[in-house]
Ligand binder design. Structure first.
Ligand code: ACM
Length: 525
């Protein structure tokens, strides 16, 4: 199925990459190609569909998931349109239809959206595809549809067909809940924002020097003591098992897989402070509320270290339906290289024992990655050629890569020198710089098929509120999402910035406090 699909992609690209000329007066229905991430193929034409008080959301009889997605769509559309939008399995001439089919060309996450006089039909092989198609439909309606009070219509969707499948299967965003703790509701809000741009992995950085954020029954002080503070000395917090399950459940309802991370063997001061026996000298250090890195290490020669690790991985794996467990491995500056390799061997074996795939930061490439391991590259322009070569060599040996170059994909880097939040060790990262790179060619020499996708990490040394998260993530997160979803043929900054500019009123309608970069021609409505 690949060859015909690529042809469609190339044909569709012309309409998407047409540049500023695609901007339309706001009163007209949005062009089908104005979606972020750019769809793989777009063919516009025929009459548009207007939602009305007669519109029904029709789902197949036999799919609970399709019913759930229909109800989710109705929840998005009802407050602003004021329409009843009943979700039904009865035949309806007029309406929005969510259809599961056996069309395998749509893959695990793809969809087809057809709109015309009598309605909009979204077809997918799997529920995730229907969900992504629903996100596209949201973006085809006027931005005011996102508001939670009654708005003036009309609510028109332009006529035509979108066929869309993702470029990569791994399209992630990471939230550091260790440096500052974020509540379940805060995480859920960010998940909903990620879903709008078809992100499908939520990487949670659950432990670091400043805080341990997940309850582990066999080592309770990790959370109750190790989670009791944060950067700057605030009260911190942690997720009970029920809290974590609620995050997983909500993520799953938005078709995101949770990738939990316990950062090892460095970045472990919170654990070392909680249990004296984990320290080589048997003395627990104090809790840490600063922002230095690289000073802590688990005690590699001690047997208790591996009892601890086995318990933590066993309990966390049991709570996590997703296939990955991330073991960190970055900045282990207080662990000798020999100890690091020994430790990572044992940690990877424990992850495998509990049925999970190993994920680690790219320093894992300097140890002995197990078969099937995934290394997350977070280097930047100044990273040494030798360090990059280790990662490329590991990829040649079969290690898969997720790309998070710090001077492109780190959402906590300042946009410019005046940005009030964030850090700048990897440089200043404006919106264009964040978008304008290619995950496949970023590390020259990486074999085809090694890159699983991209991820945008958000470290929270300087961030403690929803507003902070949103100001740093938007508008860069949609750009990273597009790198993960859209075919390279659509990659064009001049066209992208116009599509992104059209997202401004939508982000505003959603109450997202985003950075109004002067690089982007923000639409008025
Ligand atoms: C990292 O930024 N230390 C992965």
């Amino acid at each position: 199925m690949l060859a015909p699909l690529l042809l469609v992609v190339a044909a569709g690209a012309t309409s998407i990459a047409a540049g500023p000329a695609t901007a339309q007066p706001a009163a007209k229905p949005r062009p089908l190609g104005q979606v972020v991430p750019a769809p793989a193929s777009v063919s516009e034409g025929g009459p548009s569909y207007a939602l009305s008080d007669k519109t029904r959301i029709r789902v197949d009889d036999d799919s609970n998931e399709a019913h759930r997605i229909g109800a989710y769509l109705a929840d998005v559309l009802r407050p602003s349109t004021g329409y009843a939008l009943p979700v039904t399995n009865r035949d309806a001439k007029d309406g929005i239809r969510l259809r599961l089919s056996s069309d395998r060309s749509l893959g695990a996450e793809g969809y087809r959206l057809q709109s015309g006089r009598y309605g909009v039909t979204i077809t997918a092989a799997r529920a995730a595809g229907l969900f992504h198609g629903v996100q596209t439909l949201r973006q085809l309606l006027p931005a005011a549809v996102e508001k939670d009070t009654r708005q003036q219509g009309p609510w028109k969707v332009v006529g035509g067909t979108i066929e869309d499948v993702p470029r990569y299967g791994y399209r992630g965003a990471m939230l550091d809940v260790s440096r500052h703790f974020f509540t379940v509701d805060q995480v859920k809000r960010y998940i909903d924002q990620m879903a709008l741009y078809k992100i499908n992995k939520l990487h949670l950085h659950l432990s670091d020097d400043q805080g341990w954020r997940i309850a582990i029954e066999s080592w309770p002080r990790l959370a109750t003591y190790g989670g009791s503070t944060q950067v700057g000395g605030g009260p911190g917090g942690y997720y009970s098992k029920a809290d974590y399950k609620e995050i997983v459940r909500h993520a799953s309802s938005r078709y995101l897989e949770v990738v939990p991370e316990i950062d090892l063997p460095g970045h472990t001061n919170a654990a070392l402070a909680s249990y004296a026996e984990l320290n080589c000298d048997g003395i627990a250090p104090p809790l840490y509320t600063g922002t230095e890195v690289g000073f802590s290490s688990l005690c590699v020669p001690k047997a208790v270290t591996y009892r601890f690790l086995d318990d933590v991985v066993r309990e966390l794996a049991a709570l996590t339906p997703g296939k990955y467990l991330h073991i960190g491995g970055d900045e282990a500056h207080s662990t000798s290289h020999e100890d690091y390799v020994t430790f990572m061997d044992r940690a990877q074996a424990i992850v495998g024992k509990y049925g999970k795939k190993v994920m680690g930061w790219h320093q894992l490439a300097g140890a002995r990655p197990v078969e099937g391991a995934v290394a997350q590259y977070w280097g930047y322009d100044a990273t040494s050629a030798a360090e990059k070569a280790k990662v490329v060599d590991a990829a040649k040996e079969g290690t898969k890569l997720v790309l998070s170059p710090a001077d492109r994909a780190y959402l906590d880097m300042k946009y410019n020198k005046d940005t009030p939040l964030g850090l700048s060790w990897a440089g200043l990262v404006e919106v264009q710089r964040s978008y304008d790179w290619n995950p496949q060619t970023y590390l020259p020499g990486v074999p085809d098929g090694s890159v699983l996708g991209v991820e945008a990490p958000l470290w929270s040394e300087t961030l403690s509120t929803n507003d902070h998260i949103e100001f740093m993530a938007f508008p860069r997160l949609p750009g990273i999402a597009e790198l993960g979803w859209s075919p390279t043929a659509t990659h064009d900054w001049d066209a992208y910035k116009v599509r992104l500019g059209a997202q401004g009123p939508r982000l505003a309608a959603l109450g997202i406090d985003f950075y109004r970069s002067s690089q982007v021609p923000w639409a008025a409505r």
